[in-house]
Design a protein around this ligand. Structure first.
Ligand code: UD1
Ligand code: CA
Length: 460
């Protein structure tokens, strides 16, 4: 439907008890406000106007960066109620005739399905809005209907009589209105109510008085979670869990196995390929892309990680800002820090930390190592306990290891240093000077055995 859209985000959000404005709190990795804005843009509403107030500069900066010029802003300061908030968008809506959709910035789970229902019902009504029935309607505006079921008005909790408080049909705060009528009528709304605010909900009564059609569109029980806003931290947590479930369901529908959706967390931008398996307790966030046929977890933590096909990330490994090639194996208990690149078929085993290093195809670092600022060739064997000493107290320095080299266990590579192609480093060596190609470096003290030592110990 061709419509403009106003998204209200100027409220105080007091119940969050936060220094940060409510709509910038993240849900599944994205500020809450991103969801209704994305949805409005996806439905091609234009213009899309966000009414900002508290921390207006931060909200505007964020949305400007995320959506560019497709979003306009209106300022409401101080907030004097939802009706006043819409009026503040009048200038930004100049020239808008026809329909206007009104959303709140705190409804991250809303989808096109609910808006579709609103659009269908709203075609012939001056004011249409979504409602649902709640077991516990406390706090919400109640929908008052006449005996024939037509909506008479919406009454806020604070203004409701005991009988009205028993009504279980609530206003979700999602509207489709005739723009010209709404802006005209809102200018006449007064604030003689319990909260001393200009109520957007008074539009309903205004339409009825003008003899215009009003539609209260009741959604089925299952839709409540999608349309209810986030007001406090408990609802924030619930919204996150519900959206996570939805994201996991979408992955499963595309052929990803999620063994335990209750303990698996994915953020909104994450992609996972077909036939990959997420074992319990995995967390995938940021710009993480997992290829096909990968196996992750249990307890794998991936942030901004790119995995090619067939990668295995075993239990309790943490990967951040790294790229992993086909059929590589990582973990259990491995840590890959930003700037790490593992080429195909690399193996990084338990208690290995890799930072800003490249490991060439087929290279193995199976146990207990630190590899930082290193460029390591193909088919290198990095022995247990190998450490790149990359920091001299002031600077980070590079280590280079050529193709096919063999680094014995418990080696320290004091950077800057290079181990040549096909070279060997004996176990327990401290490498301080470059090792030529094909050479052996060994720096440990020759072993001496003292016969009968134990027998001659005092006190024996
Ligand atoms: C509002 C509705 C109520 C409905 C409920 C659904 C009114 C008077 N009441 O109640 O019928 O059941 O939503 O959640 O509209 N906002 C502004 N400026 C303001 C006040 C609010 O921009 O001056 C924004 C808020 O940031 C929020 C939205 O409007 O995004 C709703 O505000 P909120 O205070 O949550 O509305 P309620 O009073 O709970
Ligand atoms: Ca609310």
């Amino acid at each position: 439907m061709k419509a403009a859209c106003v998204i209200l985000a100027a409220g105080q959000g007091k119940r969050m008890r936060s220094q940060r404005v409510k709509v910038l709190h993240p849900v599944c990795g994205r500020p809450m406000i991103d969801y209704p804005v994305s949805l409005a843009l996806a439905r091609r509403y234009a213009p899309v106007v966000v009414v900002v107030g508290r921390q207006a500069a931060e909200v505007q900066a964020h949305l400007g960066e995320r959506f560019g010029r497709r979003v306009r802003f209106a300022l409401q300061d101080p907030p004097r109620g939802t009706g006043h908030a819409v009026l503040c968008a009048t200038e930004a809506l100049a020239g808008v005739r026809g329909k206007l959709v009104i959303l709140s910035g705190d409804v991250p789970l809303l989808t096109g399905a609910e808006l579709g229902a609103l659009e269908r019902a709203g075609r012939r009504a001056a004011v249409a809005f979504l409602t649902c029935r709640l077991d516990d309607p406390r706090g919400y505006g109640r929908v008052v209907r006449d005996r024939r079921g037509a909506v008479e008005r919406i009454v806020e909790q604070a203004d409701a009589s005991p009988a009205e408080r028993r009504l279980d049909e609530i206003n979700t705060g999602i509207y489709l209105v005739d723009a010209a009528f709404a802006l005209r009528a809102l200018r006449r709304v007064r604030r003689a109510n319990a909260q001393g605010e200009y109520y957007l909900t008074d539009l309903v009564r205004a339409a009825r008085r003008a003899g215009l059609a009003v539609a209260g569109v009741e959604l089925g029980g299952g839709a409540a979670a999608a349309v209810l806003g986030v007001n406090d931290r408990a609802e924030l947590s619930r919204a996150g869990r519900d959206l996570n479930r939805r994201l996991l369901a979408a992955l499963m529908a595309r052929g990803v196995s999620v063994v335990d959706p209750d303990t698996t967390w994915v953020e909104a931008g994450v992609r996972v390929g077909q036939d990959s398996v997420l074992l319990p307790g995995c967390t995938l966030s940021g710009d993480t892309r997992v290829g096909r046929g990968c196996r992750l977890g249990p307890g794998a933590v991936l942030h901004d990680a790119r995995l090619a096909d067939g990668v295995e990330v075993r239990a309790y490994s943490v990967l951040e800002g790294c790229r992993i090639g086909r059929r590589a194996q990582v973990g259990p208990f491995a840590r890959l820090r930003p700037g790490s690149v593992l080429e195909a078929e690399v193996r990084v085993g338990n208690f290995v930390e890799v930072k800003k290093s490249r490991l060439g195809r087929g290279t193995k670092a199976s146990h207990l190592s630190y590899l930082g600022d290193a460029t390591i060739g193909r088919e290198v064997n990095v022995g247990a306990g190998t450490i790149t000493c990359n920091y001299d107290g002031e600077r980070k320095l590079p280590t280079e290891i050529g193709d096919g080299a063999f680094i014995g266990s418990d080696t320290q590579l004091v950077a800057p240093v290079r181990v040549g192609t096909g070279a060997y480093v004996g176990a327990g060596t401290t490498v301080t000077i470059d090792v030529p190609d094909e050479a052996l470096a060994i720096s440990r003290v020759r072993q001496r055995n003292i016969p009968g030592y134990a027998l001659r110990r005092p006190g024996r």
